[in-house]
Design a binder for this molecule. Structure first.
Ligand SMILES: Cc1ncc(COP(=O)(O)O)c(C=O)c1O
Length: 414
C-alpha cells in the first residue's frame, strides 16, 4: 500500500485549499467519508505514489476476479486528481453546482474562443460553443432529436459504427444510409458522400471508429465538410481520440469552431476513466447549440461529475499512463492473436476486433463463464465471427488470452 509518510510536504506541493493532497486524502478516510470511499482512495493513493504501474491492480471498479473488457472502459480507474476532487466536494452535495469552471477549462485547453456570459435567470439561456452533457451519449441523443425531425430527413453513417444517432432516428421511422466500411475497415467517404442529397441532415463520422478503431485523417473530414450542402451537419464523434498515435490525425474541434455545420463530440468516459460519472460535451457553432438547447437537459451533470472532469482534464500523467497501457496491451493482443492464427483489426483506440473464424457468440458465452466479459459483435453489428475486446490491465489481458486459448484450443500455434 502506498504510504506517503516518508515524503515531505515539499515533495507533495499541490495544495487542496490549505491542506496538502496527502493530508486531505488521509483525512478524508480517517474522517469517515464512508467505507465505499476506501477503495478508490487506495487506488488514488497508489497512483499518486507512482505505484500503479509496478503492481497490477485487477478489476478496478468491478468485483475481484472479473475481467470486464466489453465496454471500452479505462481499466486503471479514474484520474486520481478526479477522485480527490470528488472526495473534497462531498461536503457540498446538498448544493446545486454553480460554477462554470469546466466550460472555461475546456475552452482554454482546446483554444476555443469563449467569453463567459453573465447568466440572468429571467432571460432565455444563450448557447456557448461548448455544450456539456451527462455523457456524450446524451449529446448524440440531443443531436438526433434536434436535427432529424421531419419524415423526409435522412442521415448517412458508416457501418459498422457506434450507431447511436442512427438507432434513434430509425426508431422514429427515419431514413438512414449505412455505408459499409472499406475492405481495410475504414470509412468509405466517397461512397458516403454519394449518399448525401438535399434531404441529408446529418453525416456521422465516428473517429476513431467504434468498433474497428480505424481513423479518418483531418484533411478528409475537411473534404467532407467542404463537399456537403451548407445545411448538412457533419458530426464527428471523438470519444477515443486521446488514444490515437497516428501523426496524420487531428481533432475536428478547429472545424467545429470555424464552420457553422460541424459538431465535435467528446467524452470523459474513456481515457479519463469517468464512465460512471457521465460527463461529455460537444463543440460547435453557438447557433447549432442554440437549436440543441430546445431538447437538451442542461442540469444532467452532478457536482461529482463536474469537479471530477475538471480535475481530470489536465491530468496528463493519468492520460499518458492510460494511453501507454492501451498501446502495450494492443501489442500484446496482436502478438497472441498472430500466434493463434487469428485475424485482428489494428486499432488506434483502446479496443480491438478479433476474428475467431467460427461463430463468436458461444465463445463469448464460454468467456463469460470464466468471468471474462467481451462485446458481442454479432448482436451489435452482425459480425458473426468477431468479438470486440477492450484493453485490460496486464493481468486482466493475460487472463483473457488464457481463457480464449482454453476455449479455442488451437492445435498448432504459429
Ligand atoms: C464512439 C462512442 N461514442 C459515444 C459513446 C458514449 O459514451 P458516453 O455516453 O459514456 O460518453 C461511446 C461509448 O462507448 C462510444 O463508443
Amino acid at each position: 500500500m502506498g504510504d506517503f509518510s516518508n515524503k515531505t510536504e515539499e515533495q507533495e506541493p499541490r495544495q487542496t485549499g490549505n491542506v496538502s493532497r496527502r493530508n486531505f486524502l488521509k483525512g478524508a478516510v480517517a474522517g469517515g467519508v464512508g467505507v465505499w470511499a476506501l477503495s478508490p482512495y487506495r487506488i488514488a493513493e497508489a497512483m499518486l505514489a507512482g505505484e500503479a504501474e509496478s503492481r497490477p491492480i485487477r478489476g478496478v471498479g468491478v468485483e475481484p476476479g472479473v475481467v470486464q473488457i466489453g465496454s471500452n472502459e479505462n481499466p486503471i480507474g479514474a484520474s486520481p486528481r478526479a477522485l480527490e476532487a470528488v472526495l473534497k466536494h462531498m461536503g457540498s452535495s446538498n448544493r446545486y453546482y454553480r460554477s462554470n469552471a469546466l466550460v472555461e477549462s475546456l475552452a482554454r485547453v482546446h483554444s476555443i474562443p469563449y467569453t463567459p456570459q453573465q447568466r440572468d435567470g429571467n432571460q432565455p439561456r444563450q448557447a456557448d460553443p461548448i455544450l456539456l452533457a451527462a455523457g456524450s451519449g446524451q449529446t448524440l441523443q440531443t443531436i438526433a432529436l434536434t436535427f432529424l425531425s421531419a419524415p423526409g430527413d435522412e442521415m448517412v453513417a458508416a457501418h459498422p459504427s457506434y450507431g447511436s444517432i442512427e438507432r434513434r432516428w430509425e426508431a422514429d421511422g427515419g431514413v438512414v444510409h449505412r455505408v459499409p466500411l472499406t475492405a481495410d475497415y475504414k470509412h468509405d467517404l466517397n461512397a458516403m458522400l454519394a449518399k448525401v442529397n438535399t434531404k441529408t441532415k446529418i453525416v456521422s463520422i465516428c473517429n476513431p471508429n467504434n468498433p474497428t478503431g480505424t481513423i479518418v485523417p483531418y484533411t478528409e473530414i475537411e473534404h467532407v465538410v467542404n463537399s456537403v450542402p451548407k445545411q448538412t451537419i457533419v458530426v464527428v464523434d471523438e470519444a477515443y481520440i486521446e488514444f490515437v498515435r497516428d501523426p496524420g490525425y487531428k481533432t475536428s474541434i478547429p472545424l467545429a469552431v470555424s464552420r457553422e455545420n460541424v459538431i465535435a463530440v467528446r467524452t470523459f468516459s474513456k481515457i479519463f476513466g469517468l464512465a460512471g460519472v457521465r460527463v461529455g460535451y460537444s463543440v460547435a457553432h453557438p447557433s447549432l447549440h442554440q437549436r440543441m438547447l430546445k431538447y437538451h437537459y442542461t442540469n444532467g451533470i452532478g457536482v461529482y461529475g463536474m469537479v471530477a472532469a475538471e480535475a481530470a482534464l489536465e491530468d496528463y500523467d493519468h492520460q499518458n499512463r492510460s494511453r501507454e497501457l492501451a498501446i502495450a496491451m494492443k501489442m500484446y493482443f496482436a502478438a497472441e492473436f498472430k500466434k493463434m492464427g487469428l485475424e485482428y483489426i489494428p486499432s488506434e483506440s483502446n479496443f480491438m476486433m478479433v476474428n475467431l473464424k467460427q461463430e463468436a457468440r458461444p465463445i463469448g458465452q464460454e468467456l463469460a463463464k470464466r468471468k471474462v466479459f467481451t462485446a458481442d459483435a454479432d448482436r451489435r453489428w452482425g459480425m458473426k465471427n468477431w468479438i470486440r475486446l477492450s484493453v485490460g490491465t496486464q493481468e486482466e489481458s493475460e487472463a483473457f488470452i488464457k481463457a480464449l486459448r482454453e476455449i479455442l484450443k488451437p492445435d498448432k500455434e504459429v
